[in-house]
Write a protein that binds this ligand. Structure first.
Ligand code: SF4
Length: 330
């Protein structure tokens, strides 16, 4: 079957003032998401996952590559076809405090996307708002209230109701629970899970929380400095990670704050700069397994099963039984 979302060689470079080099925020990203499934993109802050979300949402044009939605290249869509695509791809963002206009009642917030696209009667609009609030588990009187009257979890429910208002097929979930109390996260995840089943939704989940990804995603891509370094079904990537960076991320799974550096000994130093990324494998300055080739040659994806691959010289050599000729880098 055709995947609902198919990304091929996606690239995004940003020009920077006073620099000849662009910021290579996303490079050569390719993945496919079957309808009704969840694909997660994980990585540290600055790895390019948020840029990827913006490209998929159509908020930024790609520098190269293609995004196909329901079998059609979105760059070729115009007029009514383009408006249909924009309606069918919606987002839920990290911070429900920042993403809801505090001056608007919940009914107006949820109605906004509907009124921007359709001309329902007052009764029809009220019925749809009531239905959406019910779907996300909010009481009917929530419609008359303002965002500040709600808790963080309830606000995220409002944001989900708004995202569902145009009956989308793909939801981009950008860190949907990381601003919420731990006690509330499970409720929002259960809600997202129920909604996915009920409406057959497809999710692109952007996250740093690996426990969430393991629980929620069918497949996962691991990003490092704009590159996808490992990709595959979640059970395979988490059960038998091949890339040293994935292994390091998994080793730090109990790390509650994504901005706290990864444990010493697993990998060294900070994520590098996308403006001047290291040559060869971008991960080599931090990699405990690096060999000479890692400093000059960019590794290409090596398949470890039909759907699971990683881009690493040492793991590729291991898989083929080839010797890793050079001594470990200092
Ligand atoms: Fe480490 Fe080299 Fe593999 Fe990169 S290619 S992850 S530096 S071993």
């Amino acid at each position: 079957a055709t995947p609902l979302l198919e990304v091929q060689g996606l690239q995004k470079h940003f020009k920077v003032r006073h620099s000849r080099n662009p910021v290579k925020a996303v490079e050569q990203l390719s993945f496919a998401v079957p309808a009704g499934s969840t694909f997660a993109i994980v990585g540290e802050s600055g790895c390019g996952k948020t840029t990827c979300a913006k490209l998929i949402l159509g908020l930024e044009p790609p520098s190269a590559g293609s995004i196909r939605f329901d079998g059609r290249d979105v760059a070729s869509l115009a007029g009514a076809d383009r408006r249909t695509w924009r309606r069918q791809v919606q987002a839920v963002f990290q911070d429900p405090y920042a993403s809801l206009n505090p001056r608007l009642r919940v009914a107006t917030i949820v109605a906004e996307p509907i009124l921007a696209n359709e001309k329902p009667t007052r009764a029809e609009l009220d019925r749809r708002i009531a239905e959406l609030l019910d779907v996300v588990g909010l009481p009917a009187d929530a419609a008359r209230r303002y965002p500040h009257e709600f808790s963080g979890g309830q606000r995220q429910r409002v944001a989900i109701a708004r995202a569902l208002a145009l009956r989308p097929r793909l939801l981009v979930l950008d860190e949907p629970t990381s601003a919420l109390d731990v006690s509330i996260r499970a409720q929002i995840l259960n809600l997202l899970s129920d909604i996915q089943q009920q409406y057959g939704l497809t999710y692109l989940l952007i996250a740093h929380d690996l426990a969430l990804v393991e629980h929620f995603a069918d497949a996962v891509g691991v990003m490092y400095l704009g590159d996808m370094v490992e990709q595959g079904p979640t059970a395979q990537v988490f059960g038998a990670p091949r890339h040293p960076y994935t292994r390091a991320l998994l080793a730090s799974v109990l790390r509650p704050d994504p901005d706290v550096p990864l444990p010493v000994g697993m990998i060294r130093g900070e994520i590098g700069s996308a403006l001047a990324p290291p040559p060869g494998c971008k991960f080599h300055p931090r990699c405990p397994q690096a060999i000479d080739a890692c400093r000059s040659d960019k590794p290409v994806p090596t398949p470890f099963s039909p759907l699971h691959w990683a881009a690493c010289h040492v793991e590729a050599a291991r898989a083929t039984g080839a010797p890793t000729a050079a001594a470990p880098a200092a």
